[in-house]
Design a protein around this ligand. Structure first.
Ligand SMILES: Cc1ncc(COP(=O)(O)O)c(C=O)c1O
Length: 370
């Protein structure tokens, strides 16, 4: 298997744990284990008594039940719990795709969605979106990409890196197009439930199309990436079964303490979502003010979901050297769009409590270098 270096994770790996001000993180504010245990009476004792043997490979039954409750019309048997979204992406592509197949991936995207697909030996086409037309989805272009051997269409809503929801009509059209040819839709929904206006939430793909697989994670909306827990949800038992067969070769089963804490957190997910949405909305106001003051440098299509947004950097300067200078000289970590093959953009993150401090620091850096 050949796979390209994961540039997004490489960049974070270099700076995330040494930079003082994180201004590009995609995970919402986290919590301690103690704070999680405080969500439920007597859970501390239960956690300490929790058995640390192997767990059931599809996920603990009680956990699959709680996860199924996030969705309409989904049962516990439709859920496969894995070690976060990253394992899900690896497992799904390698379980379902081989050389001779064709995969379509919405881009720009979280890099593994594209590179893991390529690593299977399948032919991969990009369904490209661009800033110049407001990151619009070109359905005619998608239709043109379809081939008789197209096996999977990967989409991502809310979207990394733009923080935009796919318009509801477009979402329905993608499902319709896929359904008319029996193509699997792999829908990355790791930022779902963090729509800035909850009324704009889309249905989960798995709710509306039998051969759609929804991808969920504890990492983003719920702010618990350290649990390394995620899931695939699909009503088509054969699709899920093939993923399970493959995951016997990756992690076999999940971490028992993580399953306990995830089930606990999800039983109270409204508490987690409410706090994180409050942080996001407060930070968005600050970012809007920042943009008004710095309109000579930045502009964006305002995100309507998630913790991230993709700013167009107006000066023609290379964003990689700009971001590296900001982290080295001001301790402010931004993510250069070059890691998404978007060298005129910078990813901002606004899901953390201390974002105002990071933004102020970045502002001071810009003033000093103007
Ligand atoms: C769209 C998208 N999918 C998947 C992942 C992987 O998340 P996890 O931490 O659950 O592996 C990320 C992380 O940034 C992401 O943004």
């Amino acid at each position: 298997m050949h796979i390209k270096p994961f540039r997004i994770e490489q960049y974070f790996g270099k700076y995330e744990f040494s930079a003082k001000y994180l201004l590009s993180s995609s995970d919402a504010e986290s919590r301690t284990i103690q704070e999680l245990l405080e969500l439920e009476l007597s859970s501390q004792e239960k956690f300490l008594q929790h058995w640390c043997g192997y767990t059931e490979s599809p996920g603990a039954p009680a956990l699959r039940e709680v996860i199924s409750g996030i969705y309409q019309g989904i049962k516990a048997k439709d859920v496969l719990v894995v070690a976060a979204a990253e394992e899900a992406i690896f497992v799904l592509y390698h379980a379902l795709v081989s050389p001779g197949d064709h995969v379509i991936v919405e881009t720009p995207c979280y890099e593994s969605a594209l590179e893991v697909a390529r690593s299977t030996g399948a032919q991969v086409s990009e369904w490209r979106r661009c800033y110049e037309n407001g990151w619009a989805h070109d359905l005619a272009a998608l239709e043109k990409l379809l081939q008789p051997n197209t096996k999977i269409i990967y989409i991502n809503t809310p979207h990394n890196p733009t923080g935009l929801l796919m318009p509801a009509g477009t979402f329905q059209q993608v499902m319709k197009l896929a359904a008319s040819r029996g193509i699997i839709v792999f829908c990355d929904e790791v930022y779902r439930e963090l729509e800035h206006d909850p009324a704009s939430r889309l249905p989960a793909a798995c709710e509306i199309y039998e051969r759609a697989v929804s991808l969920g994670s504890m990492s983003k909306t719920y702010g618990l990436p350290g649990l390394r827990l995620g899931w695939l949800v699909c009503k088509d038992a054969e699709i899920l079964e093939r993923c399970l067969e493959f995951r016997y070769y990756t992690t076999i089963c999940n971490s028992a303490p993580s399953e306990f804490l995830t089930a606990l957190a999800l039983r109270h997910r409204e508490v987690l979502i409410r706090r994180n949405r409050e942080i996001v909305l407060r930070n968005m106001v600050l970012l809007e003010a920042f943009l008004r003051q710095r309109s000579n440098l930045f502009e964006w299509v305002k995100p309507n979901a998630s913790t991230i947004g993709f700013m167009h950097y107006k000066p023609g300067r290379d964003v990689l050297s700009f971001c590296e200078d900001a982290v080295k000289n001001a301790g402010v970590l931004l993510l250069p769009g070059s890691v998404y093959d978007q060298p005129r953009h910078i990813r901002f993150g606004y899901g953390r409590k201390n974002m105002p401090e990071a933004l102020a620091q970045f502002g001071a850096y810009l003033d000093a270098h103007s």
